[in-house]
Design a protein around this ligand. Structure first.
Ligand SMILES: NC(=O)c1ccc[n+]([C@@H]2O[C@H](COP(=O)([O-])OP(=O)(O)OC[C@H]3O[C@@H](n4cnc5c(N)ncnc54)[C@H](O)[C@@H]3O)[C@@H](O)[C@H]2O)c1
Length: 384
């Protein structure tokens, strides 16, 4: 098999932050990049040429790229709430697909993603990367070795404050505007972006917490309820909620508490930025540093609290390019495992079931918050 020829849909900041990391894979060739915004695909192709000497063709229209360009796989990195339709149409013509977080925004999208993978037998992977952080892998190993005893509680938060987010897009150029000024909402030349839509209900963005926690507990979320703070408190003129908090239970009875928010000022944590995690078991509790001023720690009855300054995001024994990848070394793992699945005909590590098992609880959490916190049942996509 020659190199894997890959197309990219969506050349926004996320793709630009991944270009160097992903193209470090020796078997990968990027052949086409599509973005509807003026100049983005051209810039991304120029960057690819500058970094790797690869010649990719820029496109502004997905249908045109799908018709003209020849590729084996596509990385869909556009607005996450519309990505499933692109993913399904690509899988239906035999293209391997990787998409970004969150995998889906409706239960119907979850179902259509699963059935597209089943009927086509192609590789689908979600590019969720926090599950590859070194301390998460260490906690996973501790769990496999039974060190926690019975895990009964898992907690996570993603509180990522920025003074201004890219809430609007110029309808003509496609360029986004980072602003804390709501007046563009009334300007007919601008429209709301997926970030505006997502941050109104921030719990949609919980997969970066749920994915690593589920990889440690081995559970599947069965029930969800959620409540949110009042809209429009920190960013006046915007309807965003500063925080939503979901309470969930998995098929083994483990309780999960996960919160997400993007608009109220809050400090970052050591190494993980806006992310934080905790696992409680009958024998041991572990938790990540709560700020930049403290350390990760564990508690046991015998040993009391012990800090772990050596726990970190980067695996000190990992080879390049894992070590130098963005997000504390995590960003190379998704492309590595996606390529491995294609080249060696494996089930991708973060397959479609694991992907929708992080998306569906978020979708139902948002619905629960809208309905006053009612408890909702998450479908089992492996049985549907
Ligand atoms: N895993 C992570 O840590 C992480 C971090 C940031 C973003 N993300 C995800 O990555 C994705 C992209 O994020 P971003 O910040 O770059 O978003 P963005 O909105 O800034 O960029 C998306 C790009 O897709 C393009 N696009 C949208 N619809 C299109 C269409 N129909 N045809 C062609 N181009 C189209 C837009 O013009 C835009 O340039 C999102 O799914 C986001 O959730 C993941």
């Amino acid at each position: 098999m020659g190199k894997i020829r890959m197309a990219v849909l969506g050349a926004g900041p996320r793709w630009m932050s991944l270009v160097e990391t992903y193209t470090a894979h020796p078997e990968l060739e990027i052949v086409a990049i599509c973005d509807r915004a003026d100049g983005y695909a051209e810039n991304a192709c120029a960057e690819l040429k500058r970094i790797r000497g690869m010649e990719a063709v820029p496109y502004h229209d997905f249908e045109k790229m799908a018709k003209e360009a020849r590729y084996d796989a596509i990385f869909i990195d556009c607005d996450p709430d519309i990505q499933v339709d692109f993913a399904v149409s690509e899988m239906d013509r035999g293209i391997h697909v990787m998409t970004e977080v969150p995998a889906a925004y409706t239960i119907e999208q979850c179902r259509s993603l699963v059935s597209a993978v089943r009927r086509n037998g192609v590789k689908y992977q979600l590019a969720e990367q926090t599950r590859y952080w070194h301390f998460i892998s260490q906690w996973r190993e501790m769990s496999k070795a039974g060190e926690f005893g019975q895990i009964y509680y898992a907690e996570g938060e993603y509180l990522h404050y920025e003074k201004a987010w890219d809430y609007f897009r110029n309808k003509k150029t496609g360029h986004r505007v980072w602003t804390d000024d709501p007046s563009l909402d009334k300007d007919p030349d601008y429209e709301r972006t997926w970030r505006y839509r997502t941050f109104m209900e921030p719990i949609f963005y919980l997969p970066h917490e749920l994915s690593p926690l589920l990889s440690i507990t081995g559970g599947r979320i069965r029930t969800v309820s959620c409540c949110g703070s009042n809209p429009g408190q920190s960013y006046s003129g915007f309807d965003t909620r500063d925080l939503e908090c979901a309470l969930m239970q998995d098929d083994k009875g483990v309780i999960y508490s996960i919160r997400a928010g993007f608009t109220a000022p809050y400090g970052f944590k050591r190494e993980t930025g806006a992310h934080w995690y905790q696992i409680k078991g009958t024998r041991k509790t572990v938790e990540w540093a709560r700020s930049t001023e403290d350390l990760p720690k564990e508690y046991t009855l015998e040993g009391g609290w012990v800090t772990h300054p050596e726990w970190g995001c980067n695996d000190p024994n990992a080879e390049e390019p894992f070590r130098s990848a963005a997000h504390g070394g995590a960003d190379y793992y998704p492309i590595y495992h996606f390529m491995d699945a294609i080249l060696n005909d494996h089930q991708p590590l973060m397959d479609v079931y694991l992907a929708v098992e992080t998306a569906a609880p978020a979708i139902l959490a948002a619905e629960s918050a809208r309905r006053g916190g009612v408890r909702l049942e998450v479908p089992d996509f492996r049985k549907c």
